[in-house]
Design a protein around this ligand. Structure first.
Ligand SMILES: C[S@@+](CC[C@H](N)C(=O)[O-])C[C@H]1O[C@@H](n2cnc3c(N)ncnc32)[C@H](O)[C@@H]1O
Length: 462
């Protein structure tokens, strides 16, 4: 048998004219040169660009955009001057209407290519009413550039901090918190943490905003227990940040990329902030998981509830429930809802959230869904609807198999990753659960991320 030899038509260091046809997972342009795939960050579908090749692999190459020969009609001037350096946003150079279209297309492509599912209705992406300043949570590293303190996002694919005086997707209160931190650290000469040596004090500054209530929390993450000039920092933050009700110090002495350490202490004000979602009140602590785009979260959850098709008499399961937010939305329309979550503090928050909102038809179970689901099955739980909202990796196959054994009439799949979603929908299709419709929801405007809510129905119950 003769082995076919692929001729690679590009060379590192040389430039080529590339026709761009799509966008990759990180928002980079995906194009072709003589049929060979070239990834070009900054290039848009429909464009012809010149790319200088920086890396060549067997099946693809990567290049740097050196010139746009034919621009896309959807290309716009990014609002942020830091856009081309900062890793926070990937799509500011694409009009918002076109962002919604390409995100939907990514879902369609994954469903066809990975899931191999035909006839699935993928609705137009649900736009965010405000595609700017929507993030209720900021997590900025603090570091040094020369002898100046810098605060901002990392540059794409690196740990170099891009000093960000104004982030266009952060809530304004978060921008003020970052500005105070930069100013105080520079003026008072507080040492910033150096991740290469493990020395220094200030690692990260976090901001959390209850967008419905206006309550704000600042979290100062330090490598040491001691926080130099603590009182000055508190005075500056309380003076500058409207709505501030809480300042927390989190201590993380470990040499790790994980932002928060184990120890948290309130150094001013309250331990939590309050926010409202769909008529429910939630207390959010420094460590609690809470969706970052509050307005869109309500739309996402309402869609999940609609697809669950509850009338008030059913049993439902909210698998991977976090702090029980979707659980409470479902509980309004069900007789009983079980929430399953592996992180114990999240389950504690879930119980508190249920109690505060007077919801008593819920039960939260701590544990890995792989273990908890079969236990529920053995104990006779037979839900009419299961809502599942797993992390990016999607569901373990054993979890999906237990769903199927429980024979719910409806499964609602909430996903932040079209690829793992498509894989899991294919597994469910094999087991008789047909994907009927998918609603992409834009939770993260200006970035390449897309969230989806999917309605599945058991075949024989149609
Ligand atoms: C995408 S979040 C969804 C949280 C919640 N539905 C919300 O909207 O706030 C996924 C959740 O799954 C949890 N999780 C991850 N792996 C798990 C597992 N194996 N079993 C149960 N829960 C898990 C995570 O801790 C996280 O809270």
């Amino acid at each position: 048998m003769t082995k076919q030899v692929t001729v690679i038509p590009v060379q590192k260091g040389k430039s080529y004219k590339v026709e761009v046809t799509g966008l990759g997972h990180s928002g980079e342009g995906v194009g072709r040169y003589e049929g060979f795939t070239v990834f070009v960050p900054g290039a848009l579908p429909g464009e012809t660009v010149v790319a200088a090749i920086t890396e060549v692999k067997k099946n693809y190459a990567k290049g740097v955009l050196s010139k746009v020969l034919m621009p896309s009609p959807d290309r716009v001037e990014p609002l942020c001057a830091l856009f081309h350096r900062c890793g926070g946003c990937q799509l500011q150079h694409l009009s918002y209407a076109a962002q919604l279209t390409v995100k939907r297309q990514q879902v369609v492509d994954a469903i066809m290519r990975i899931g191999k599912l035909d006839g699935v209705v993928v609705h137009p992406t649900l736009p965010a009413p405000n595609p700017w300043y929507y993030r209720n949570k900021m997590q900025f590293p603090v570091g040094l550039a020369g002898n100046r303190a810098v605060v901002g996002c990392y540059a794409q694919g690196t740990h170099d901090i891009v000093d960000t005086e104004h982030c266009y997707i952060q809530h304004q209160a978060n921008n003020i918190i970052a500005a105070v931190m930069r100013d105080v650290v520079n003026k008072l000469g507080i040492a910033t943490y150096d991740e290469r040596t493990g020395k220094g004090v200030i690692r990260h500054i976090l901001g959390r905003v209850g967008t419905a209530t206006g309550e704000v929390m600042a979290v100062i993450v330090t490598a040491t227990r001691e926080l130099p000039h603590r009182e000055r920092l508190i005075a500056k933050l309380t003076k500058a940040v409207p709505g501030l009700v809480s300042i927390v110090q989190n201590i993380n002495p470990k040499r790790t990329n994980v932002i928060l350490g184990e120890e948290t202490s309130v150094i001013w004000g309250k331990e939590t902030i309050t926010d409202r979602l769909g008529g429910f009140v939630f207390q959010i602590s420094a460590r609690s998981f809470f969706q970052v785009n509050t307005e869109q979260t309500v739309r996402l959850y309402n869609k999940a509830v609609e697809y669950a098709g509850l009338t008030g008499v059913e049993t439902a399961i909210d698998a991977y429930c976090g702090t029980g937010t979707i659980t409470l939305f479902l509980a309004k329309r069900a007789a009983k809802v079980y929430g399953i979550e592996v992180v114990e503090p999240a389950v504690r928050d879930a119980w508190l959230n249920a109690r505060r909102n007077g919801v008593d038809n819920v039960d939260f179970i701590v544990g890995d869904a792989v273990d908890v689901m079969p236990k529920l099955y053995k104990s006779g739980v037979r839900p009419q609807a299961i809502v599942v909202d797993p992390p990016r990796a999607g569901c373990d196959r054993r979890v999906l198999e237990t769903f199927v054994r429980m024979q719910p009439d409806r499964i609602v799949y909430v996903s932040c990753n079209p690829a793992s979603l498509a894989r899991d929908l294919a597994v469910l299709a094999e087991c008789g659960y047909m994907t009927r419709e998918i609603q992409p929801v834009d939770m993260f405007p200006q970035t390449s991320h897309i969230e989806c809510v999917v309605s599945l129905k058991r075949k024989h119950s149609e």
